[in-house]
Design a protein around this ligand. Structure first.
Ligand SMILES: [Zn+2]
Length: 416
């Protein structure tokens, strides 16, 4: 039996497992297409099953198809520590998004097995169902139902583009389990993931200590004026919402800077009515996506946009509405779990920094009902949701070692 503090994961074994999983649904461009509850999702889960059985783990499957593969500890009654993420991908996804978090968890278990380490409490490798939301909306529905954000019935009733029901597809691939899909006591939950952004790579950091997930808000912006003839109406006589939109959007982007480098604003959709080449439009609508880790700053960003809209509309004789259609508040991860990640990165001597996640993850919902944190590793060019998604063996191994260290540190802390 070795000293747990001297343990290191086997980076080569982790890489080999990642590459074996990547063969399931491999695309010609080097990515993965393993949509949730497809035949390929089943094959991927089955392969994971071969591995967790070989590692001696006992699995529970809940009614959402979430998998919990358990390695017992000295005290089987103690709430487990969870390590995991998702195995489903985007239709043109990569090899690492989600899969890395699951297989890094498996690698931690294999490492503990090899060294014959008995933890105080159980550790469990988790696979959350349908994180991507590419086939069944919404995203993160497996962890969402588990955390009580959605009901089981809502989730099972979700349909894909072909009209197939989530519940039917889950049963069809053989992963409709009999455990209730409901949160149980958890001592800590750790999700390793590629960053899906460029910050760590740009700074040549090896590890991102994820302190939380930024808030996201979606709006519908609608500007109205008067449709009229493009040839006969003098410029000064127009009430043109396209002109208002151009001014609002331009000033909106210019003004984002003063909310700091963490502020994000995106106009993703722009549409006009009646969409005719020789008619000044009567209405222009746009989607607005605002993101920031601090809710007060999000409020200020929203306020600034509203004021811009009002001032511009007054000057141009148009009218505007800004309706908030979705609000995902910022998440702050558990301070002790974050400290365990930071401590493990420091103990391994890895270059690391604190970082706020720009994307949603299963940990957003898990953190509502359990102490949670995440570990980021760099990915090439910050690219993700893309077949060219890539990460280095060394960085993936580093993330595995941080996961191992964080889990052991958490395990050494008795549950409150
Ligand atoms: Zn993911």
């Amino acid at each position: 039996m070795s000293h747990a503090s001297d343990l290191c994961v086997d980076g080569e074994r982790l890489w080999t497992s990642l590459m074996a999983m990547a063969e399931i649904g491999a695309t010609p461009a080097g990515g993965c297409n393993r949509l949730a509850l497809s035949d390929l999702d089943r094959v991927g889960r089955d392969l994971f099953g071969v591995w967790y059985r070989a590692a001696g783990l006992a699995v529970r499957v809940d009614r959402m198809g979430n998998l919990f593969a358990r390695r017992p500890g000295r005290d089987p009654e103690r709430p487990p520590i969870l390590m995991g993420s998702h195995l489903d991908t985007q239709p043109t996804g990569g090899k690492f998004d989600g899969v890395y978090g699951v297989l890094a968890g498996l690698e931690v278990v294999r490492t503990l097995n090899d060294a014959d380490v008995e933890t105080e409490g159980p550790v469990e490798v988790v696979v959350w169902t349908n994180e991507e939301g590419a086939r069944f909306a919404p995203a993160m529905i497996g962890s969402g139902v588990w955390a009580g954000v959605f009901t089981l019935d809502e989730a099972h009733a979700a349909r894909d583009a072909d009209g197939l029901r989530f519940g039917d597809e889950l049963a069809r691939i053989g992963y409709l389990g009999d455990e209730e899909a409901r949160a149980f006591p958890v001592h800590g939950a750790f999700e390793a993931h590629i960053e899906q952004g460029p910050v760590l790579e740009d700074e040549t950091q090896q590890i991102g200590v994820v302190t939380g997930v930024q808030g996201m808000r979606w709006y519908d912006l609608c500007l109205s004026g008067e449709a009229c003839h493009a040839g006969t109406t003098p410029m000064a006589a127009r009430r043109d919402p396209a002109r208002s939109a151009a001014e609002v959007i331009s000033a909106f982007y210019d003004g984002l800077e003063r909310f700091g480098e963490d502020a994000r604003g995106t106009i993703g959709v722009l549409a006009s009515e009646p969409e005719s080449r020789n008619t000044v439009p009567g209405e222009v609508s746009a989607s607005v996506d605002l993101r920031h880790p601090d809710p007060a700053t999000l409020d200020a960003m929203e306020g600034a946009l509203r004021e811009l809209m009002d001032t511009t509309c007054r000057a141009r004789g148009t009218t505007g509405t800004l309706e908030r259609v979705w609000d995902s508040p910022p998440i702050v991860f558990d301070a002790d779990c974050v400290a365990a990640v930071r401590g493990a990165a420091a103990a391994c001597g890895y270059r690391h920094r604190d970082i706020v996640s720009g994307a949603g993850h299963d940990s957003v919902y898990v953190s509502r009902v359990a102490p949670a944190a995440m570990i980021f590793v760099p990915c090439l060019g910050g690219l993700s949701h893309n077949e060219a998604e890539s990460a280095t063996r060394a960085d993936l191994e580093a993330g595995g070692n941080v996961l191992l260290g964080a889990v052991l540190a958490r395990d050494a802390t008795p549950p409150a």
